[in-house]
Write a protein that binds this ligand. Structure first.
Ligand SMILES: [Zn+2]
Length: 270
């Protein structure tokens, strides 16, 4: 759905991104030796550290496909990401929205930061990670991976979806409806009902009160915790079945022939 409206990337950019991904992921097939002048990031020789200069060491990150939920690991600089499972594509950029009112559609595989001066009036924002400091006033917001709630955020839980939820320092969260997701990570306070397929982690500055159903629980020294509990590994979903590579989108022209039961007409006798 969201992909229909996202901006189209031109072929050249796509090819360049694919080449870059191939170089970073598997090395340059034309240069099997590792002594290439341009070493792919991630395999940087410690001795050459002084020459790295401005380039940031890329870290491995997980990108979750908004269309099929497949998790893939990305290493290095990739502009255009293509889902290995369903071929959905999106840019891996990070964005920080401007202050003021915002109403638009965004889909990126990076992180979208919504500052405290931003009011999201409408539209739809889909990103791998979302940092919400501002106000939701009509927008549909989805963090395919992690949503981080800041101290001044005004979330709208009806229009919010995420996998992991991180509650920042100084937050006092009372969602008013059960929170569903994978992991809940608390630096601030949470009062309510959480249903987690993963674990609740309460940091030393975190506090949880209410009802918890989860597969795991970790409370650091200093964290507050008062809850009605249902915590057992069985609350986790069953491990995903190994996924076969998805067939490309069905092409009606390549559809296998429908088996026919009617035999060919018998040869005519003369
Ligand atoms: Zn996908």
């Amino acid at each position: 759905m969201a992909s229909k409206k996202t901006k189209v990337v031109d072929g050249f950019t796509a090819i360049r991104a694919a080449q870059e991904a191939a170089r970073h992921g598997r090395g340059d097939p034309l240069r099997p030796q590792s002594e290439t002048p341009n070493k792919p990031p991630g395999t940087a020789d410690p001795k050459s550290g002084a020459r790295i200069g401005r380039s940031v060491m890329p870290t491995k990150r997980e990108v979750i496909c908004p269309e099929c939920d497949t998790i893939s690991s990305v290493v290095g600089k990739v502009e255009l990401w293509v889902c290995t499972h369903c071929r959905h594509r999106m840019k891996l950029q990070d964005l920080e929205l401007p202050d003021g009112e915002w109403s638009d559609e965004i889909e990126v595989g990076g992180t979208v930061i919504i500052p405290s001066g931003t009011k999201l009036m409408g539209g739809k924002i889909t990103a791998n990670n979302v940092v919400l400091q501002g106000e939701m006033a009509g927008v549909e917001l989805r963090a395919c991976n992690k949503l981080t709630i800041g101290a001044h955020a005004k979330p709208d839980w009806v229009r919010l979806k995420m996998l992991d939820l991180e509650v920042g320092v100084g937050v006092n969260l009372t969602p008013g409806k059960p929170i569903e997701g994978r992991n809940l990570l608390l630096h601030g306070k949470f009062a309510g009902n959480a249903v987690l397929s993963g674990r609740l982690h309460i940091y030393a500055d975190g506090d949880f009160s209410g009802q918890l159903r989860a597969a795991g629980l970790e409370v650091e020294e200093g964290g507050g915790f008062r809850a009605q509990l249902d915590v057992k590994p069985e609350n986790a979903p069953p491990p995903p079945k190994p996924k076969a590579r998805a067939p490309a989108k069905p092409n009606p022209k390549l559809r296998p022939p429908v088996p026919r039961s009617n035999k060919p007409p018998p040869p005519q006798k003369k």
